[in-house]
Design a protein around this ligand. Structure first.
Ligand code: 3PY
Ligand code: MG
Length: 264
């Protein structure tokens, strides 16, 4: 059975850096899988991607030697089961705000004796290049379980959430976190409440041996957050990087004059 190298890096205390795949597209996934990120997350929370396309995207990443993860649409057992049974090597679960919600994540994502994940699926074993019996026996050691704290309620309860056994990573969603503070969505801000919330989650993560993570807008921010102690770092998305480069070309060449041009 293949090893989840991103999970191993995190367990060694190192950073594992990846990006979001928001395009429902197998070809762009095949190309992104060869760039060299530690992991790639197929986005199902805010994208039009369906389960069939997601399963093909997980396969494209795994067969290129990468680590396929899935941000599920919401914290339900059905979503977590379908992501893992169809070949994701880990789940990122949005908006976890209480101990009970964190326990529900672990119950769905881990087999017994840690959780109550049910038996089934073919692509899970196939993407780890193993048979189903071996997958069932070892999946608990390879699957990456990521809970998102992205609301002031989750920050308030960071200790009770991260104390739940079976969680590997706590991932901060800065846009929703700002939103929950009544502020405009943003990856960064000078708001002391936002920066104190980050420190509070970092402290709880250290206390319970959970790797801290955050979504960032660019490479400079990724380096800064890594220096601050964040380990699981998502740099924007494949579409975001494509549009930033395209917008740069338009700007440098002085194109788009007299037209309404989107800013990226
Ligand atoms: C947020 O910023 O709210 C996110 O969900 C990032 O992934
Ligand atoms: Mg969010």
């Amino acid at each position: 059975m293949k090893k989840n190298l991103a999970r191993e890096k995190l367990k060694r205390g190192e950073a594992a850096v990846g990006t979001w795949l928001v395009l429902p597209n197998v070809m762009s996934t095949q190309l992104m899988a060869r760039v060299g990120f530690d992991w790639l997350t197929v986005e199902l929370e805010h994208s039009p991607t369906n389960w069939e396309t997601a399963a093909q995207m997980f396969g494209a990443i795994a067969s290129a030697g990468g680590v396929p993860l899935c941000r599920v649409p919401w914290n339900t057992g059905e979503n977590i089961k379908r992501a893992l049974d169809n070949g994701a090597w880990g789940v990122i679960v949005p908006m976890v705000n209480s101990r009970a919600e964190a326990e529900a994540v672990v119950a769905a994502a881990r087999y017994q004796p840690i959780g109550r994940r049910t038996i089934g699926g073919q692509l899970s074993a196939a993407n780890f290049e193993t048979d189903q019996a071996t997958y069932y026996a070892r999946a608990n050691d390879e699957i990456l379980v990521v809970v998102m704290i992205e609301h002031v309620d989750g920050v308030e309860r960071a200790d009770e959430i991260l104390r739940v056994p079976g969680i590997d990573v706590v991932f901060i969603g800065p846009n929703d976190l700002h939103n929950s503070m009544g502020r405009a969505p943003a990856f960064e801000s000078e708001d002391p409440r936002f920066n104190q919330a980050l420190e509070r989650v970092l402290k709880a993560a250290r206390k319970y041996g959970v790797a801290p993570g955050i979504h960032v807008a660019d490479v400079d921010a990724a380096q800064r957050r890594r220096d601050q102690g964040f380990q699981f770092i998502a740099v924007k998305s494949e579409a975001g990087m494509m549009l930033a480069k395209a917008a740069e070309a338009v700007k440098v060449l002085g194109l788009g004059q007299g037209r309404t041009v989107a800013k990226y």
